[in-house]
Design a protein around this ligand. Structure first.
Ligand code: FPP
Length: 292
């Protein structure tokens, strides 16, 4: 119901376009607002295979992948997702053939030049996580410009993980904390998980609630290792260039049906135990430990 009311009111007030798949998939089962993930993170995989299936060069898959990025960003904003993080280029992607890396860098430049102003017009805040060293100076400038231009926007927090590797992000955060400790500004014993999270490039972005991976693989590939500690995962075989609004909605619906326990137990579980259950528990314990 949330999507039905929320999407329509936002659409009519701001004149945003509501996509056909969004309308088609609205049903009484559509998740209520409380079950909408605050932070959705996406591993956009399958561009190369999409191109290969069409006898096209891999680069064609990356170009088509930009269309999917645009669709998903628009849908996320319209559906009320607050944070969206897209895995755009990993530190490991430098190992690809030089021509493909050059093409991906060129695409990133073109995307920034073509879309940042439009995103700003839609009140989207754009951030980048990943190492700033090792990227071309003009790309670093595009990143800084996008971040400065959109810093006060509130409709959607869009983060591009670019030149990103979670282990390096963690190592960098640890180095920063260690430097403070060595300078006597921080007691190592006082370091909390919150301080570790705050030392990362993603500081200020809440933990990922939902990680989606397209392209059929089921791994995290050095993406948000810390931030996805309690994330729900949705994997789809769909190749990234084919991923669209309806796929995002299907993932959100799957998330809404999951029970998140964060290491605890289900709230509905009965607290009391029958004497039969107590006996069963004692019998099981003596089987496992013997009668001690
Ligand atoms: C993985 O597909 C995807 C990438 C390495 C990069 C993702 C890039 C885009 C979606 C386009 C650029 C986006 C922006 C915002 C500039 P793959 O090549 O590993 O596919 P494969 O597993 O089928 O080979």
């Amino acid at each position: 119901m949330f999507f039905r009311c929320g999407a329509f009111s936002r659409t009519s007030k701001k004149g945003l376009r509501l996509t056909k798949p969004v309308l088609e998939t609205m049903s009484p089962e559509t998740p209520p607002k409380g079950r909408l993930p605050k932070h959705v993170a996406i591993i956009m995989d399958g561009n190369g295979r999409w191109a290969k299936n069409r006898l096209l060069p891999r680069e064609a898959g990356h170009v088509k992948g930009i269309s999917a990025v645009r669709k998903v960003v628009r849908a996320a904003r319209e559906l009320g997702v607050q944070y969206l993080t897209l895995y755009t280029f990993s530190t490991e992607n430098w190992r690809r053939p030089e021509s493909e890396v050059r093409h991906l860098m060129g695409l990133f430049r073109r995307y920034c030049r073509a879309d940042v102003q439009k995103l700003h017009g839609h009140n989207v805040r754009v951030r980048f996580i990943g190492a700033r060293s090792g990227i071309a100076p003009d790309i670093a400038e595009l990143i800084e410009h996008a971040e400065t231009l959109t810093a006060n926007n509130t409709a959607l927090n869009l983060a591009f993980a670019f030149n990103y590797g979670s282990r390096e992000e963690l190592a960098e955060g640890m180095r920063a904390l260690a430097r403070k400790a060595a300078a006597g500004q921080l007691d190592p014993e006082s370091i909390t998980p919150e301080m570790v999270g705050g030392s990362l490039q993603s500081a200020g972005i809440p933990d990922a609630d939902l990680v989606i991976r397209s392209g059929g693989e089921r791994r995290l590939s050095n993406f948000l290792l810390w931030q996805a500690a309690y994330a729900e995962f949705v994997f789809t075989d769909k190749l990234w260039p084919d991923f669209g609004e309806a796929d995002l909605e299907a993932a959100l619906a799957e998330y809404a049906g999951r029970e998140r326990r964060f290491g605890g137990v289900s709230a509905e579980k009965p607290q009391g135990r029958t004497s039969l259950a107590e006996t069963a528990l004692r019998t099981l314990a003596s089987e496992v430990f013997g009668s001690d």
